[in-house]
Design a protein around this ligand. Structure first.
Ligand code: ADP
Ligand code: ADP
Length: 226
């Protein structure tokens, strides 16, 4: 069952760059799909269109059959983790993660319970009162992940979330994310330009080039090619 349907989507920026070129893709419920490809191949732009941060020049995007092409990011059942974490450094960890639930008007007790639950899931139990600037880069990305997960999105969007971290930490977080993703069965689009990252995480890999899908397949199929 396709949860996400991208239908003939293009993005042409002002100035004429075609970032995404008539691209179609379906993602099944619970699947983790890695978007892989060289810098400038349109991965981020595609992700940002699914999240609602860019508007397609052409084409439509559906989530659970509903056309969300023109919906505001806050109204979509998506949550995005950016490459640089974009956390509020003047707020503590708890408040950063709770923010979206506050906007939704959840009762305080429920917010506390949900926030503590996701902090534990990302390995930050007991860190609620820490300020963001007191955390390491890896811990900050964990907070960013927690902030997305707590919204219980239908689709999780990750844009090279570990790019700024060292190799060792990247591998660890990658495993943890895969773990959480499988536990929650959350449909995920993961942008990377790292082949090992894609190979070790993905149910399917979409190789992009010049705004198009060059290959789509399971990791073993994509990499058996000469
Ligand atoms: P990737 O994520 O694969 O590195 P991007 O989606 O960031 O690729 O970029 C695809 C192409 O679109 C590139 O040529 C990039 O320079 C261009 N691009 C991305 N964002 C913008 C923008 N806001 N305005 C103009 N061009 C852009
Ligand atoms: P990435 O690391 O994903 O390739 P970039 O460093 O290319 O990202 O882009 C960072 C930001 O700048 C993004 O918000 C992107 O939309 C924007 N951007 C990228 N290329 C251009 C461009 N040619 N003109 C205007 N904005 C751009």
């Amino acid at each position: 069952m396709a949860v996400l349907k991208i239908e003939n989507v293009s993005k042409i920026f002002q100035g004429g760059t075609t970032a995404v070129d008539d691209l179609s893709l379906e993602v099944s419920d619970g699947e983790l799909v890695c978007l892989l490809g060289p810098s400038g191949s349109g991965k981020s732009t595609l992700l940002r269109m699914v999240g609602g941060f860019e508007r397609p020049t052409q084409g439509k995007i559906f989530i659970d059959e509903a056309d969300i092409t023109d919906q505001w990011p806050e109204r979509r059942p998506t949550a995005m983790v950016f490459q640089s974490h974009a956390l509020w450094s003047h707020m503590n960890v708890f408040k950063n993660v709770a923010f979206g639930l506050r906007l939704r008007g959840l009762p305080a007790a429920e917010i506390r319970q949900n926030v503590e639950g996701v902090l534990e899931m990302v390995g930050l139990a007991g860190y609620g009162k820490r300020m963001i600037h007191q955390l390491s880069g890896g811990q900050q990305q964990r907070v960013a992940l927690a902030r997305s997960l707590v919204l219980e999105p239908k689709i999780l969007l990750l844009d090279e979330p570990f790019a700024s971290l060292d190799q060792h930490l990247r591998e660890r977080l990658r495993e943890e994310v895969r773990d959480i993703q499988q536990r929650l069965k959350i449909t995920t689009l993961f942008v990377t330009h790292g082949q090992d990252e894609a190979l070790s995480m993905a149910d399917r890999i979409v190789v992009m080039r010049d705004g198009r899908t060059e290959q789509i397949g399971r990791p073993d199929a994509v990499y058996r090619k000469p």
